[in-house]
Ligand binder design. Structure first.
Ligand code: F6P
Length: 328
């Protein structure tokens, strides 16, 4: 006989910035739980739904026809109320009243910070699934949504390349990534960009200008991918600084923004979300808690929330090394 108390009713929610594949993860959680006779409640609007008691019971058929949809059927938010003790007390009250004994939170670092605090304060069994386009969580090779976001951004940059080369222009394309450059680096490699500006790698404007001046000798147009969190500023600011030194550069700026967050999830994101959603329910039933369920080298791995948010994931040094070789 196992000492692990049986899980009878799971609550699932999406929180923070949405990401393509969140729906596929919800579907996997609901169907896995249903198959084992566990009730599932979808909590609406992230932690806000827990605080205000906004839930809906979900069965296997309620998650039909969503695997291919971007966004999240449960909606998402960055909850202010849950940041307060009072809010978390109310959230714990909701779980008690509804008889929910396990939670699955789909989101990024902010979501897991909240989950970790909630576990410490109320002992709630809670597991996380990495749902963010940023790919910045320690303990998983990929986050749900990253692959789709990068594909969307690269498709856009390919189009910008057409017009850039027609007009001999220098384009600065800003991609998302408030604190990290995973999206920017992958886009730069995949779209054949001439240069990339990343928050993790301190680069000065004069280094960028030297690279662009060299590039100008052999090619008439260039693309610089800028991560929104770069310390030299966003794409507009960096473009302004370059123009100050090189008035003759014909410069344009495109900020891709939230279009990177939407759209039908890629196969890779659907498969990842499905695997992780199933694993989260199975692990919760085995008694796992206070951890993120990720995938590393093709295997399911549990990483304590404190490590998932506290340890810094490094950019792939190989990608950093090959970009200048390939962008000549
Ligand atoms: O964390 C995901 C993310 O898309 C970041 O890349 C971006 O900086 C941020 O969310 C934007 O947040 P919001 O949708 O609240 O403007």
């Amino acid at each position: 006989m196992s000492n692990v108390p049986a899980v009878r009713h799971i609550g699932v929610f999406t929180s923070g910035g949405d990401s393509p594949g969140m729906n596929a993860a919800i579907r996997a959680v609901v169907r896995t739980a249903s198959a084992t006779g566990i009730r599932v409640s979808g909590i609406l609007g992230g932690y806000d739904g827990l605080v205000h008691g906004q839930l809906m019971e979900l069965g296997a058929r309620d998650v039909s026809n969503i695997i291919q949809r971007g966004g999240t059927m449960l909606r998402s938010a960055r909850s202010e109320a849950f940041r307060t003790n009072e809010g978390r007390e109310k959230a714990a009250g909701t779980l008690k009243v509804r008889g929910i004994d396990g939670l699955i939170a789909i989101g990024g670092d902010g979501t897991f910070t909240g989950a970790n605090i909630f576990f410490q304060e109320h002992g709630t069994s809670i597991l996380g699934l990495p749902g963010t386009i940023d790919n910045d969580l320690f303990g998983t090779d990929r986050t749900i949504g990253f692959d789709t976001a990068v594909n969307t951004a690269v498709e856009a940059i390919d189009k910008i390349r057409d017009t850039a080369s027609s007009h001999d222009r220098l384009f600065f394309v800003e991609v998302m990534g408030r604190d990290t450059g995973f999206i920017a680096l992958a886009c730069a490699i995949a779209a054949g960009a001439e240069y990339v500006m990343l928050p993790e790698v301190p680069q000065r404007i004069d280094q960028l200008i030297t690279a662009l001046t060299e590039a100008k000798q052999s090619k008439s147009s260039s693309i610089v991918v800028v991560a929104e969190g770069d310390e030299e500023g966003g794409a507009f600011e960096i473009a302004r600084k370059v123009k100050e030194c090189h008035a003759h550069f014909d410069i344009r700026v495109t900020v891709l923004g939230h279009l990177q967050r939407g759209g039908s999830p890629s196969v890779q994101d659907r498969v990842l979300a499905s695997k992780l959603g199933v694993a989260a329910v199975e692990e919760l039933c085995k008694g796992a808690h206070d951890a993120m369920v990720g995938e590393m080298n093709g295997r399911i791995v549990l990483t304590p929330f404190q490590d998932a948010i506290g340890k810094r994931r490094r950019l792939d040094p190989d990608l950093l090394r090959i970009l200048p070789i390939l962008s000549v």
